[in-house]
Design a protein around this ligand. Structure first.
Ligand SMILES: [Zn+2]
Length: 415
């Protein structure tokens, strides 16, 4: 009996100790980001008008983002900055504290928009050129708001410290400008990240026109031979760093190792979500032309979630014709290209699922005190109770059999 009880308790001890570390235990949450909600936010973003830097429309839209965030319970940080071309630029940032304060995951989208002439003469601005920047980048800004809303509902403690950021001044201001774009994220990378902080950056700029959105019939008739638009995840390179090296980055072993980790994590997430690798694709970034560039150039690992995008002239590809930076970048164009609102929502959902899954996997179970964990622990408790009862039954039967055998055996022994 003593040996049995010792065994039983050591088994229980083991199972109790294993509970918090169980990787297989899927975290449960009560809310998940919705493509339809992200779509509503993107529409609102376009209704402020032309969100060019230093304009009232730009300021109104970022104030609206800040007000939304405050209504979800966040403390909003307004990171103002100026440049030669911008007297009143401002990033909007919120923080979700994790158990690690020196390891951050930053998710960003840019709230500004631009209009100038398309190829072959890119970059000429003219007075009537305005854009509601629906694809570039109300898709990212709206999706990030929906993620912020969802995370505020989760009430879970992540391992990393998460920052959600809406950048100003991502867009190059055209050929007459004295400087390049990417100023909001550059301000953040250079001024807002203390030393020795390890950052992983996830960039949302121009997605929604991507898997599971099918390429339109008209495009297929024009020679496009792809069934779907791809969602690209342009990630810190594993093989080809040339773009960044040519611009002065000295690639360290740590950067290489981090890039391998990020790419494999993204692939694992896509696998877990049953995203087809052909259409949701993790690749080395070899162009760097969005806000993630500043992170990579400062030694951090990053990825850019980007749907259908490139100019047909750049790619020689009839499948890729973007409305970015043009007057035609409107909600109507998005709906038309995707074949309806619900398709745009589905395209948004793909990106939302990736980021939300990453956040869920980053949940720190031991530091967690949310209702969701109580639910998870309750089911673990039931399992534990079943295990205890089963052990007790087995032990009782074993003891009874032993006792009866003992009774039968003892008299013989006496002889
Ligand atoms: Zn953009």
């Amino acid at each position: 009996m003593f040996i049995l009880l010792t065994l039983m308790f050591s088994f229980l001890q083991g199972s109790i100790n294993n509970v918090p570390n169980s990787e297989a235990e899927a975290p449960e949450v009560t809310d998940w980001p919705e493509g339809s909600s992200a779509y509503d936010y993107l529409v609102t973003m376009t209704q402020f008008g032309y969100r060019k830097i230093d304009t009232t429309a730009n300021e109104n839209s970022r104030n609206w983002i800040a007000a939304q965030l405050e209504s979800y319970g966040y403390q909003v940080e307004r990171q103002s900055f100026t440049t030669d071309e911008c007297a009143n630029c401002q990033n909007i940032v919120v923080t979700i504290n994790g158990t690690l304060d020196d390891e951050w995951i930053v998710v960003g989208a840019h709230h500004d928009a631009i209009c100038y002439s398309p190829p072959p003469l890119i970059g000429f601005t003219y007075p009537t050129c305005t854009s509601s920047g629906a694809y570039d980048d109300a898709t990212g800004s709206g999706a990030l708001l929906e993620l912020a809303r969802t995370f505020s509902q989760w009430n879970i403690t992540p391992e990393h410290t998460w920052k959600l950021a809406w950048w100003d001044y991502e867009e190059w201001q055209g050929s007459a400008s004295s400087e390049g774009g990417g100023k909001g994220s550059l301000h953040f990378v250079e001024q807002q990240i203390p030393e020795n902080i390890d950052v992983t950056y996830l960039n949302l700029d121009m997605f929604a026109l991507n898997w599971p959105v099918e390429t339109p019939t008209a495009m297929q008739l024009a020679g496009c031979d792809e069934d779907y638009w791809t969602l690209y995840m342009f990630t810190s390179p594993v093989d080809d760093w040339s773009y960044y090296e040519e611009r002065g980055l000295e690639v360290t072993e740590q950067m290489e190792a981090n890039a391998v980790v990020l790419q494999s994590q993204l692939k694992e997430i896509n696998h877990n979500l049953s995203h087809p690798t052909e259409w949701v694709s993790v690749v080395d970034d070899t162009k760097g032309n969005s806000d993630h560039y500043n992170f990579i150039m400062n030694g951090h690992s990053a990825t850019w979630l980007r749907g259908q995008h490139q100019y047909i002239i750049e790619e020689g590809d009839t499948c890729e014709q973007t409305p970015k930076h043009a007057q035609s970048d409107s909600v109507t164009t998005l709906n038309t290209m995707a074949g309806g609102r619900t398709n745009v929502e589905s395209g948004l959902q793909t990106g939302l699922d990736v980021i939300a899954t990453m956040a869920l996997w980053d949940r720190n179970i031991t530091a967690d005190s949310s209702d969701e964990v109580v639910i998870a622990q309750a089911s673990q408790g039931v399992n534990l109770a079943i295990a205890i009862i089963a052990i007790l039954i087995v032990t009782t039967i074993f003891c009874m059999v032993n006792y009866r055998q003992g009774k039968e055996v003892l008299p013989d022994n006496e002889i």
